[in-house]
Design a protein around this ligand. Structure first.
Ligand SMILES: C[S@@+](CC[C@H](N)C(=O)[O-])C[C@H]1O[C@@H](n2cnc3c(N)ncnc32)[C@H](O)[C@@H]1O
Length: 216
């Protein structure tokens, strides 16, 4: 495990509960109101991704950096044949496994603690996606390339946009807590998607994010 993964793993193990509360709204009224303003992109990227995973029924999905499993579990509920969620943070993976077991989704929804580059699963997936992932990866090209290799239809990614007022604020706030964060211009994404070997790609602007679909 390289230094970056070790630092990210520690950060996300500590943040797992706070992160889950953004989605479950187990917060004060004020915090929920602030999230609905400042974290609107998190809800919008979810809607974008689930929509672009369609058709879901009987297809297979790889959720890279699955966090607490929100996306994986929803795809399983919607009839996916198989969903694999991977994440470097074991606390996140624990939350995912508990939730899958509680909803009886654990016959088609599987979770593994690993970094994508170390993931050894042999089967390919119809769709892979990495949401809220590239913010935390200093060298995205090998990750994008492996997502392309593991997908037969498409890969879906969200990249935080470079030129937003929130980028420097986030950078300072997260750096102070030991978490590096990275931002992307549209031209950098185009270059990365071409280098990763996608046949073609689309970049959609979603709030302060670039949501990208790479076709295999
Ligand atoms: C912001 S959360 C996003 C979780 C989920 N995708 C979502 O959008 O709800 C980022 C997750 O990426 C994971 N992560 C960070 N770097 C990773 C890497 N190199 N490989 C796999 N997971 C990683 C973290 O552990 C964390 O759980």
């Amino acid at each position: 495990m390289n230094e970056e993964i070790v630092a990210q793993r520690e950060y996300w193990n500590n943040e797992a509960d706070a992160f889950s509360r953004i989605y479950s709204h187990r917060k004060s009224k004020l915090s929920n109101m602030l999230d609905s303003i400042f974290r609107k992109d998190m809800y919008d990227r979810y809607v974008f991704t689930i929509k672009h995973c369609e058709p879901i029924q009987d297809r297979t999905f790889l959720d890279v950096g699955c966090g607490n499993g929100l996306y994986s579990l929803e795809l399983a509920r919607k009839g996916a044949k198989k969903v694999v969620g991977i994440d470097i943070a074991e606390v996140m993976i624990g939350l995912c496994k508990d939730a899958a077991a509680k909803e009886n989704l654990d016959d088609r929804c599987f979770f593994e603690q690993t970094d994508l580059l170390a993931y050894e699963g042999k089967s390919k997936f119809d769709v892979s996606f990495g949401i809220g992932l590239f913010d935390y990866i200093s060298d995205p090209l090998p990750v994008l390339t492996k997502m392309r290799e593991l997908s037969t239809d498409k890969a879906i990614m969200a990249f935080p946009r470079y030129w937003t007022w929130r980028a420097p604020v986030r950078k300072v706030r997260l750096n102070a807590r030991g978490c590096d964060v990275y931002f992307y211009t549209k031209s950098r994404i185009k270059e990365l998607m071409d280098q990763a070997g996608f046949k073609r790609h689309e970049v959609h602007r979603v709030g302060k994010l670039h949501c990208v679909i790479g076709y295999v």
